[in-house]
Write a protein that binds this ligand. Structure first.
Ligand SMILES: [Zn+2]
Length: 374
């Protein structure tokens, strides 16, 4: 009995010692994981004509610049209207910067710098928007193309993505031009017209135009992510999320063929059944989650700014990685940061329910096979 108690006591001591060592390692990793933030002083806020800026953006939303890949001319008139509105709204900038139209509807402005040797930069935005899904018009709290200003917001398609960006840049440039500012380095403002359908006409042509002139940009600022406040668990400070690349994608078409047959005497395996089983297995076997590259760097940067358990967990990924990944798996956007996602998007199968027609009841003839490829 005494020997048994001694064994239990030793095991307990070992467990306690292991826990103390573990706590020590966790704490050490938290303490030595220092903040990467650099001390910067905020630029004083420039005075803004809030009402004027809001009105200009709300008017911009009324131009239905909905791009269409197959019909590039679909929004030609709306684009011309928007461009006239831009020219009218920002006269000082237009008197200062050189404007050219690229590929019919894209805009490229060059605000020439005072130092010809300073490497130029480019600020990007796009003029087009995506359409409204048919039948969802009544789901909008405010009409999508009216540019309503209400409850402290400007409502409508493009108010954020991306006329909001485009007009904000021009509001700033207009105010600076009015004050007689001249940039040291040349600043390009490039506004494509078909970004929502891949930008193969607009952005591509702008890039080719700049390349043909030997322009090498020091950096490019495009539309992107937001300053997240209260979106990241355990982080009380605002975090500026920087998009450094865009996720690419590949589209695969899967086809199954099976023996056709009438639904009154169907084959054992239908193409719809075979394909459905395969697709269900695809959904059950997703690509593995991993923390590496920019995601790992993001966690490294965020960890010291966090509080509580999240800080401990992110500073000790060697231990908490599985737990963290399980958390990330719970929501679509967070899951997409740690995994190559797969999605089943379009399904086509069959064209007839193949109820036997009355006629076939009286006069048995060769049944017409339904199409059974998926
Ligand atoms: Zn956009």
């Amino acid at each position: 009995m005494r020997r048994f108690i001694r064994i239990i006591r030793n095991i307990l001591l070992l467990v306690i010692a292991a826990m103390v060592i573990l706590a020590g390692v966790l704490t050490f990793n938290v303490v030595t994981h220092r903040s990467r933030q650099i001390e910067v002083f905020a630029v004083p806020r420039a005075p803004i004509d809030r009402q004027g800026a809001a009105t200009r953006l709300s008017e911009a939303i009324r131009f239905r610049t909905i791009s269409n890949f197959l019909n590039p001319e679909q929004d030609a008139e709306a684009l011309r209207g928007l461009q006239a509105h831009i020219a009218k709204s920002f006269p000082k900038f237009h008197a200062t910067a050189k404007r050219e139209i690229v590929a019919g509807y894209s805009l490229l402005y060059a605000w020439e710098g005072s130092d010809a040797k300073a490497p130029p930069i480019a600020l990007l935005a796009h003029q087009d928007v995506v359409p409204i899904a048919p039948g969802t018009e009544k789901d909008w709290q405010q009409p999508p193309f009216d540019g309503v200003i209400a409850d402290g917001f400007i409502w409508g398609r493009g108010s954020w993505d991306d006329k909001g960006n485009l007009y904000s840049m021009l509001e700033a440039a207009e105010a600076m031009a009015r004050d007689g500012f001249r940039p040291k380095r040349t600043a390009y403002f490039a506004f494509g017209h078909d970004e929502e359908v891949a930008g193969v006409r607009g952005a591509k042509a702008i890039a080719a135009t700049l390349a043909s002139r030997g322009v090498r940009l020091d950096f490019v600022l495009d539309e992107g992510l937001l300053i997240a406040e209260g979106l990241i668990k355990g982080l009380d400070k605002p975090a500026a999320l920087i998009g450094v690349a865009e996720k690419g994608y590949a589209t695969l078409v899967l086809t199954a063929h099976a023996t056709p047959g009438h639904s009154s005497m169907p084959p054992r395996d239908t193409a719809i059944g075979v394909m459905s089983a395969a697709l269900a297995r695809l959904e059950d076997n997703r690509l593995p989650m991993q923390i590496r590259g920019t995601v790992s760097e993001m966690f490294d940067t965020l960890a010291p700014e966090m509080s509580g358990f999240n800080r401990v967990a992110l500073s000790n990924l060697w231990l908490f990685k599985p737990l963290l990944l399980r958390e990330f798996e719970k929501s679509g956007p967070s899951e997409a940061t740690v995994r190559t996602t797969t999605a089943l998007t379009i399904f086509q199968a069959g064209d007839k329910d193949s109820k036997p027609a009355t006629r076939t009841m009286c006069c048995p003839a060769t049944p017409r096979p339904p199409s059974t490829s998926a």
